[in-house]
Design a protein around this ligand. Structure first.
Ligand code: UDX
Length: 476
């Protein structure tokens, strides 16, 4: 047994620290020294997770060096611009650059050398077989191995499969790095695109998987600001921490698929899924969050992480039928908006003009990864429709996938002469569109609201035929 394994086996179980809660066990917990120590963090990867985490850790008072091999991205950041769409991020970045707590560099080697903790925040995309592709992580680990000459915490911030921490440890040792020079820890991120800054600065919990006291002290020191505010800290092993991230995302995904199934059944029976969800959510054991029926979940995390969990199940001969069902239901759900439109248009969309309002997988992001709007647009094109679209932020990203559809400057240009409108994303601009003006512009007053955000009383008054997901209506 190595010293590391020994420490692991005797020290680490799980503790939860809140101002009022007791620890489940107290065999290992942060020592007092962490509160006074100042640490330097290197964040490798200035994508979504890296940038928000870097800015957030700097906001907590740490010195943060964000490093990326992409010089272009670093130049953009050093010029005070943000290469991603995330409300509020620009201000936090600017404030911390000004305070000299946040820096950007393309010199990854130098960033690692200066750091007490190196956060790996590069992408872990879905591989062809559903597994997480760790090639970017591997490349960062190799770079760390080349540059480590004093003790550092090596922390996975990206979502990585269970066992990755142990694999990083083996890889560093295989590169000849002395075991005393590092500890690998897991500190998963629970950021939602569109409110990532708030999620980082005011999280429900901080999860830290560390197998030694030394690493735990440094990690807790980085989050001391939150600890002082009473944010619950779950301190556990690396493996459990890795699992917490996947379990959280797959559970939320399953919750969504569940309510979408109920919504479909409500559509068939006349019930109202939104009232059902409201009543369910009043039960504290269920909670009201993530119970809005819609066109299915998308984004970079829920589909990818559920798929990766399934893959891990297969690798370990453990069946995960609930996770599998949630993905299957979600794929079907993505077809619902088009299905509803076809019903209303007697299966004939040839040469019809359809306006798609919203392209992003949800509001307040420019991300179209796994966005349900992609299925809808493809289906409309397959049926021979002319497709006009508008989205406040995601048009450029969608252009790469559908270059030939008509991209409009605003809602009203998109709906002009439309035989039907489909609302795919819950942007405020669609919630508050002037329906009277819309009515005056369309060729036919037909609207499918996949997000249940448009005022149905007004639609009725204006003579629209409309349909939604899981809502019982009077005009059908
Ligand atoms: C998610 C997790 O919430 C976050 O903790 C994790 O770290 C990354 O993945 P994100 O992908 O940004 O964040 O989006 P989220 O706000 O969670 O929404 C995911 C999907 O669920 C979206 O497609 C959204 O439209 C859908 N959704 C969400 C619903 O359909 N109904 C709801 O009630 C909530």
């Amino acid at each position: 047994m190595t010293i590391k394994q020994h420490i692991h086996s005797i020290l680490i179980t799980t503790i939860i620290i809140t101002p009022h809660a007791h620890s489940i066990t107290r065999t290992i917990e942060p020592t007092r020294s962490r509160s006074t120590q100042h640490y330097t963090v290197a964040i490798i990867g200035t994508g979504y997770v890296g940038l928000v985490s870097g800015a957030g850790l700097a906001e907590f008072g740490n010195t943060v060096i964000c490093a990326d091999i992409d010089q272009n991205k670093i130049d953009i950041l050093n010029n005070g611009n943000i290469p991603i769409y995330e409300p509020g991020l620009k201000d936090v970045v600017a404030r911390n650059i000004e305070a000299r707590r946040l820096m950007f560099t393309a010199d990854v080697d130098a960033a690692i050398k200066q750091a007490d903790a190196v956060f790996i925040a590069v992408g872990t995309p879905m591989g062809a077989d559903g597994s997480a592709d760790l090639s970017y992580v591997e490349s960062v680990v190799n770079t760390i191995a080349r540059n480590i000459d004093n003790y550092k915490v090596v922390c996975t911030k990206s979502t990585v499969p269970i066992g990755t921490g142990a694999w990083i440890e083996r890889t560093l040792l295989a590169h000849g790095v002395d075991a005393d020079l590092f500890d690998v820890v897991s500190n998963p991120e629970f950021l939602r695109e569109g409110c990532a800054v708030k999620d980082f600065l005011e999280p429900d919990r901080v999860v830290i998987g560390a197998n030694t006291q030394k690493a735990l002290n440094i990690m807790c020191g980085l989050y001391n600001h939150l600890f002082a505010q009473g944010t619950p800290h779950v301190l556990t092993t690396v493996t459990t921490s890795e699992m917490i991230k996947y379990a959280s995302n797959a559970f939320l995904a399953a919750k969504l698929s569940f309510i979408n199934e109920i919504a479909n059944l409500c559509d068939a029976t006349g019930g109202d899924a939104h009232t059902v969800a409201y009543a369910m959510g009043l039960d504290n054991r269920i909670s009201a969050q993530f119970l809005k029926p819609g066109p299915g979940f998308g984004g970079s995390c829920f589909p990818k992480d559920s798929q990766a969990l399934l893959y891990m199940g297969e690798q370990n001969n453990v069946k995960l039928p609930v996770v599998q069902a949630s993905l299957i239901t979600n794929e079907t759900q993505k077809t619902k908006p088009l299905e509803k439109l076809l019903q209303h248009m007697h299966n004939n969309l040839a040469s019809k003009t359809v306006a798609v309002l919203g392209l992003a997988f949800k509001a307040n992001t420019d991300d179209v990864r796994y966005s349900p709007a992609r299925q809808t647009i493809q289906g409309l094109l397959d049926h021979g429709a002319h497709v006009k679209v508008y989205d406040p932020a995601a048009m450029e990203n969608m252009k790469a996938l559908f270059p030939a559809i008509e991209y409009c400057d605003d809602t009203y240009q998109a709906v002009e002469n439309a035989d039907a409108i489909i609302v795919m994303t819950e942007w405020d601009v669609f919630k508050h569109m002037n329906l009277e003006r819309v009515r005056s512009l369309v060729a036919q007053p037909l609207l499918i609201d996949a997000r249940n955000i448009v005022n149905t009383d007004e639609l009725t008054a204006l003579g629209f035929t409309f349909d939604t997901i899981g809502r019982a209506y009077l005009n059908q």
